[in-house]
Design a protein around this ligand. Structure first.
Ligand code: DC
Length: 233
């Protein structure tokens, strides 16, 4: 049914999954720009559920409360005319930068382990599917949300490289960062994301894995773009 819908509307999907700091976000955005496609930052949705849970004092072990929150989440993604910058609003308040903190990432990883939260966000993610195409960035884009994506990429990088990228990103945003704390947090988050029973972080069987540890952003974008051209010919 899902694949029929996708081909019916002629909407192609490139699924880009991988752990934090693998370069997914940056590469997905650049690729969406290059192709003139829509972009789904699914991690932002889990970050927003975590933030909303804190704001509404919903406990992270209250599965029903989290699922209800996720189902009714009042969020807005606002893109500029070129589709470059996306501003994110939660219940009318801008949280674009706020949700990028490590605390929010950790909260996101916790709520993301709850199956009913994932179920509640499923249709919301599918709703990003619009012509001419969608770049979907996350952990389970190729395995669960868009299993019929025409191209599936799994990006990896060493833990050290990912922590150091995260460190630079946070510093650039003027946020507090500590490299060794980041290493520990990323390792813990990876373990939680990989070992959970609900849609664990794993490469789809038909995904192309790219290790980005020693590659520049432009090289990875060029490689994924070339793969896309090959499959779409
Ligand atoms: O990509 P990110 O760092 O913004 O994601 C934050 C957390 O959300 C991540 O630790 C795991 C979770 N997540 C998920 O489980 N499934 C997704 N499709 C995207 C993110």
């Amino acid at each position: 049914m899902e694949s029929e819908e996708m081909t019916e509307h002629g909407v192609d999907v490139v699924a880009i999954d991988g752990p934090s700091g693998s370069g997914k976000g940056t590469i997905s955005r650049l690729l969406a720009n290059k192709l003139g496609w829509h972009f789904l930052d699914s991690g932002a949705l889990y970050r927003l559920v975590g933030l909303a849970a804190r704001r509404h004092s919903i406990n992270f072990d209250d599965e029903q409360g989290l699922a209800t929150l996720a189902a009714h989440l009042d969020v807005e993604f606002v893109s500029d005319d070129e589709g470059n910058e996306t501003r994110i609003f939660l219940e009318g308040e801008e949280v674009t930068d706020g949700i990028r903190s490590e605390d929010c990432g950790n909260d996101a990883s916790k709520v993301a382990a709850v199956q009913s939260v994932r179920d509640a966000l499923f249709e919301r993610q599918r709703a990003f599917l619009h012509a001419p195409g969608l770049i979907a960035d996350g952990r389970d884009m190729g395995t669960v949300v868009f299993p019929d994506a025409r191209l599936k990429i799994f990006l990896t990088a060493s833990l050290e490289e990912r922590a150091s990228r995260r460190y630079k990103q946070l510093k650039e945003k003027g946020m507090d960062a500590n490299l060794s704390a980041l290493l520990d947090e990323l390792a813990l988050r990876d373990e939680r994301d990989r070992n959970r029973s609900a849609a664990p972080l794993v490469a789809a069987k038909d995904a192309v894995t790219i290790d980005t540890s020693d590659l520049g952003i432009e090289q990875v974008v060029a490689e994924v773009y070339a793969l896309w051209q090959r499959v779409s010919d």
